[in-house]
Design a binder for this molecule. Sequence first.
Ligand code: T46
Length: 141
Amino acid sequence: MGEVGVTGCRLLDLNPIGNDQGWLVSLEAEKSVPFAIKRVYYIYGTVDDVRRGLHAHYNLEQLIVCVSGSCLFLVDDGNNKIELKLDNPRTGLHIKGVVWREMSNFSSDCVLMVLASELYDESDYIRCYEDFISVTSEGLS
Ligand code: T46
């Protein structure tokens, strides 16, 4: 848990409540989730050889939880990158700032739930990697 070596990214223990009879994770805005939640979406039914993401955001904070199955999640701050395996509903990946992300290797049962600090806004996306590098090297992240 904690820092992963990429600026703006850390793994959070979501502190499940329960025992061998079952588990419950409660996500509360501005408590276990470190921002006010404006949007929730989830990704499922993704075939295993597809690559998603391939973008960064100018102004978006997210908590990403693989609530079922597994996938790989690459995060890149323009200087450092790491590919994390998300396969546990008790762990959240918190991303804040301008971070390039790519998701791949989805298991057939993968459900990736994302809590976001802003409503959907296509103009917040940086979909070109060269533009992303320009933004991060200008110190805008
Ligand atoms: C992210 C990663 C982890 C909407 O209409 N509303 C939404 O809230 C979202 C997230 C998407 N869309 C539309 C936009 C596209 O037409 O759904 C379509 C697929 O979106 P996109 O290609 O951006 O999906 P991913 O899986 O590549 O990326 C998503 C999020 O967009 C992104 O913010 O960080 O998951």
